[in-house]
Design a protein around this ligand. Structure first.
Ligand SMILES: Cc1cc2nc3c(=O)[nH]c(=O)nc-3n(C[C@H](O)[C@H](O)[C@H](O)COP(=O)(O)O)c2cc1C
Length: 260
């Protein structure tokens, strides 16, 4: 599968059935996890793989945790069956290593990347899966029951198997609300000569604030110094660019162009 096709079309599948990954596929899935971005190559994760009867064992521990944590009876009853929703469940644990360079959070992010990498590898292999959390991910008793100790942290339960029914292709990421988010991204750049006119409202507001009037050539001179010599002013614009929305001093927080 083409890498970009995988990135653009991957999707989760909640209804999973046999077959799960075979030995060879599982090895590839785990190897994908070992290639995630990993500062200092700490491999700050561990995978607990439950399949076959192992899922019942995991379910029993989830049930024990639910009861110990005083969860509602419905959760305790349901917990034992949760891992049975897929042929194979990988409990992904952020296992922080001692490091003076890589903070705990960054190590946990790498573990999160591992969940994603494994899901994508499974998808590329024609399998299906879903990253789940729910209360078990945040439960205070489950980690100890799984033999984990702080600061170990469960970052996900990756349910893997085959899609139980055909699901429609994922909506293309270039439409809908997600695209609006991307379009809303802001770009911070050095002020450009082409921002000359856009800077005027800020300049005028500045002069008005100090009850000052200055000739136009001072405006032009000041702008050229700011944009080309001192590189003091920054522009903040929407992406894709449609001209600056805000112009600000590089040592200050942004001010809207309409600022008075
Ligand atoms: C950290 C994390 C935890 C999640 N936990 C759950 C969950 O417990 N239950 C669930 O239905 N979806 C959960 N999701 C969302 C699914 O994994 C999935 O992304 C979602 O159903 C959307 O499907 P898509 O990946 O095809 O867009 C979680 C996602 C993340 C990143």
């Amino acid at each position: 599968m083409h890498a970009l096709k995988l990135l653009l079309e991957r999707q989760s599948c909640h209804a999973l059935q046999e077959p799960g990954p075979d030995e060879k596929q599982l090895e590839l899935i785990l190897r994908a996890a070992l290639r995630v971005p990993d500062f200092q190559n700490l491999k700050p994760f561990e995978f607990i793989i439950a399949e076959g009867g192992g899922r019942e064992r995991l379910g029993a521990l989830m049930q024990q945790a639910a009861c110990a944590s005083g969860r509602p009876q419905a959760d305790c009853d349901r917990a034992a069956r949760m891992p049975l929703r897929a042929p194979l469940v990988i409990v992904v644990v952020a296992k922080a290593r001692a490091s003076e360079i890589v903070p705990l959070f960054e190590q946990q992010l790498a573990a999160g990347c591992a969940v994603m990498a494994m899901q994508m590898a499974a998808f590329a292999l024609g399998l299906a899966g879903v990253w789940r959390s729910g209360w078990p991910m945040h439960d205070e008793h489950l980690p100890a029951l799984l033999g984990l100790a702080p600061p170990d942290r469960i970052v996900g339960f990756l349910y893997l198997g085959s899609a139980a029914k055909a699901y429609p292709p994922a909506p293309a990421p270039d439409t809908g609300a997600g695209a609006a988010l991307v379009r809303g991204a802001m770009r911070i750049e050095i002020l450009r000569a082409s921002d000359h006119a856009a800077w005027r409202p800020l300049w005028e507001a500045y002069l008005a604030f100090y009850n000052t009037v200055l000739p136009d050539d001072i405006y032009a001179l000041t702008f050229s110094r700011l944009s080309w010599r001192w590189r003091q002013l920054m522009r903040l614009s929407a992406s894709p660019p449609r001209g600056p929305d805000k112009i600000f001093n590089s040592s200050c927080r942004p001010l809207p162009l309409s600022w008075r």
